[in-house]
Write a protein that binds this ligand. Structure first.
Ligand code: HSE
Length: 428
């Protein structure tokens, strides 16, 4: 009979407890699918006494995740603590040094240290697997590394932060402002411990950086991304966008260009009848474009106990079956150092600004846009009582460089009452 696959699980939060539940609840199913038993030798978490709704009595307890990672009775170290450095990284490195395969859900750690960790794993013929790190329950890592391995990937897009999508949808559906919805999310426990990770686009950026590495055979380069969060989106923006037939989404786009690798995570207007526009609440969506397959759209739960634990289990099941893959789909030593490129693909932009309500103000703004070679498609100044006038402009296609030039010049006109908001329109 095949020997059991023995796990050490570090981190018993929502995801860790979910993994334990699947291993206990689906023991027969997992054995049937892998031909061997999947067991847990020991676990580790910050608090031993906390009730997690699972029976941990059959497992050894380790206070120190590094000690857990090094145990002789652990074949696979399952890292579910999170955090780009600290105990998660120390224990992952210790596990690899001790010759253990690693399964993790840690997007931040992979986005920042993925290359070094992949090299450490592959130097010892070990696996570092992370299906749960990107888009929760959606099997997007498997889709890219395996299902679409016969394609040249042209573009990867996605809405990969459930909290932001929930906030934007909630603002739209209930007509609530950003601060009210943010407070609601705090109450519901939807936000990361550091909410900037969510609303600042960083969490979604980590995920896109990982997908871009796999899709384009490039070293993961989070620092080279263009990232903008949703903090400046107002209910006005949401309503104006809706009026024009668009929804605002925190959208990630990665594509290889002649100038380098474009990876950007930013709020975008997308058509409200498109799959991305229709994406509601905390759901995630990833769109993969391959030269042979065309467009593949994957949609599902991007967070939560069951979906994320489901993704962790897919890696564990692979290891139990003996499926051994490189971290990013090619040997880490062959990943290319690709130059990050600023997005140059022209797109229409939505601009919202507050202007001094005085003669010639609008003329100055349109002159600045004209000087930057940007043509105005639509413009609206809507009702107001204050001394400043809210103005909305939709441009024809423009490059981000030209737009930034125009935004810079607007600053010097003396007619802006506040910093303009610029949102790219993606007609996906
Ligand atoms: N904060 C993340 C989200 C959790 O809202 O999608 C899953 O990574």
């Amino acid at each position: 009979m095949a020997t059991p696959l023995r796990l050490g699980i570090a981190g018993l939060g929502t995801v860790g407890a979910g993994v334990v539940k699947i291993i206990q609840g689906h023991a027969d199913l997992l054995q049937m699918r892998t031909g061997r038993e999947i067991t847990i030798s020991a676990v580790s978490a910050r608090s031993r006494s906390q009730d997690r709704g699972v029976d941990l009595s059959g497992y050894d307890w380790e206070d120190d995740p590094v000690a857990l990672a090094q145990r002789d009775d652990v074949d696979v170290f399952v890292e579910l603590m999170g955090g780009e450095d600290g105990p998660a990284k120390a224990a992952t490195e210790a596990a690899l040094a001790a010759g253990k395969d690693v399964v993790t859900a840690n997007k931040a750690m992979l986005a920042i240290h993925g290359q070094a960790l992949a090299e450490a794993a592959e130097a010892k013929d070990l696996c570092l697997r992370y299906e749960a790190a990107v888009a929760g329950g959606i099997p997007v890592i498997k889709a890219l590394t395996e299902g679409l391995a016969g394609n040249q990937i042209d573009r990867v897009m996605g809405v990969m932060n459930g909290t932001c999508n929930y906030m934007l949808t909630r603002m739209q559906d209930a007509g609530l402002d950003y601060q009210t919805v943010f407070a609601e999310c705090e109450e519901l426990g939807y936000l990361e411990a550091d909410p900037t990770l969510d609303v600042g686009g960083i969490d979604a950026g980590h995920k896109l950086a990982i997908l871009a590495a796999i899709a384009f055979g490039a070293k993961v380069n989070f620092a080279g991304m263009e990232i903008e969060g949703i903090e400046s989106i107002t209910i006005d923006d949401i309503e104006q966008a809706a009026d024009m037939g668009y929804r605002i989404k925190l959208l990630g786009v990665a594509q290889m260009t002649g100038r380098g690798l474009e990876t950007r995570m930013s709020p975008c207007l997308v058509p409200d009848n498109s799959p991305l526009g229709q994406l509601e609440a905390a759901t995630n969506m990833v769109v993969l474009e391959g030269d042979q397959v065309g467009t593949v759209v994957m949609r599902g739960a991007g967070a939560g106990e069951g979906p994320t634990a489901s993704a962790v289990m897919s890696d564990i099941v692979d290891l139990a079956r003996g499926t051994r893959l490189t971290t990013f789909g090619v040997p880490a030593s062959e990943l290319k150092d690709v130059r990050p490129a600023r997005s140059a693909t022209p797109a229409p932009y939505y601009l919202r600004m507050e202007l001094m309500d005085k003669p010639g103000a609008l003329a100055k703004i349109s002159a600045v846009l004209g000087d930057a070679g940007i043509s105005i498609d639509r413009m609206r100044q809507y009702g107001h009582e204050a001394a400043t006038a809210p103005v909305l402009i939709v441009t024809h296609k423009a490059t981000r460089t030209a737009l930034d030039e125009a935004l810079g010049a607007m600053d010097t006109t003396g007619v802006l009452a506040s910093k303009p908001v610029a949102i790219r329109i993606e007609n996906v």
